[in-house]
Design a protein around this ligand. Sequence first.
Ligand SMILES: Cc1cc2nc3c(=O)[nH]c(=O)nc-3n(C[C@H](O)[C@H](O)[C@H](O)COP(=O)(O)O)c2cc1C
Length: 396
Amino acid sequence: MELSGKTVLLGLTGGIACYKAAEFARAMIREGATVHVAMTESAQQFITPLTLQALTGNAVFTSSWDSRMANNMPHIDLPRKVDVIAVAPCTANFIAKLAHGICDDLLSTLCQARPAQVPLLVAPAMNVEMWEKPATQRNIQQLIEDGVGIMGPASGFQACGDVGKGRMLEPVELVEEVIAALQPKTMAGKRFLITAGPTFEPIDPVRGITNRSSGKMGYAIARAAWRAGAEVTLVSGPTALAAPYGVKRIDVMSAREMLDAVIASLPGQDVFISVAAVADWRVKQVSDQKIKKVAGQSTPTLEFVENPDILATVAKRPDAPYCVGFAAESENLKAYAEAKRKKKGVPLLVGNIGHETFGKDDNTLILFDANGAFELPHDTKQNLAYKLIDQLAARL
Ligand SMILES: Cc1cc2nc3c(=O)[nH]c(=O)nc-3n(C[C@H](O)[C@H](O)[C@H](O)COP(=O)(O)O)c2cc1C
């Protein structure tokens, strides 16, 4: 429920992607938002106000001349009661109007009348030729300079049959953009490199050794960092999770592949957070062929060798970013985590209890730094990730 307590004004303009706006409204409501809708005249050719009213449970506004408002000024009252305005789909025409301050209908006027603290986001949606025209590109540049958030557009197959840039983002992606627009940008301009998930150390072509890490904690931190404005690279072991929106994910299997991907991505990073549960050991001799079970023969014996220590390797490089480690222990968390922090030479180590975190949606974190231990009490992993990002913002 990332939009709990938030009120969104959804603006619809006259594009074919209006059919996705209904799902966008629903998706925001599922995240806890209250949604009010304003539509241009053209938008009503594509989808009826009735549909949006039924989905949002709120009256839909289509005209500046609306006596349902006591003062008859919806262009003033509507933007005052919302946390964010999202225009999706946003036509080439509407982008042009915003860029030039034209206020000739309710939606364009209320965008212009919005209080300074209300962010305006637009989701361009149009034919590729319309998108690429110099006039549209000039207008988009103007909106960027004016502080308007541009969501997309994506490339792909278009309703008109063309293929190219101009498709509206999908509703779930738009929701991510709205959530991010409401977060304080404490990590703007920062670059984060994060590892997450387990590693998988092969025994033979079909078998391997892994652990119970789900990747949820690392993915939540990657999501929180991106929402706080950071550019995020996530090096992930095998997980069942989708890449967090906005985050660049690099998939790896073994500890050595993870180290290679981390070292290759390291230049220019400000923060490295090692959340992955990296296998301490790998099998010394990986068999090229499946090890067969033969009746009457003894069971195989596996010999292990130590894996590289990714966090310690990064922390002792001369170009090391600010390094944060994670320790998942089954007991003696305080003693082990503090010892691990010193051994790895990192300023901050986050401890958690392995069997209480692996696979779960919630967790308790204990932060260890030079000043001692500090607990982030039991919460969802996503909320803990936000709190960890706040802690980092105070330390960086
Ligand atoms: C069937 C149809 C589909 C359209 N689709 C789009 C579109 O996807 N994007 C766009 O910018 N304009 C599109 N237009 C053109 C706009 O509807 C037109 O520019 C209109 O004036 C926009 O008004 P508004 O910005 O006030 O909503 C389409 C027009 C028609 C007839």
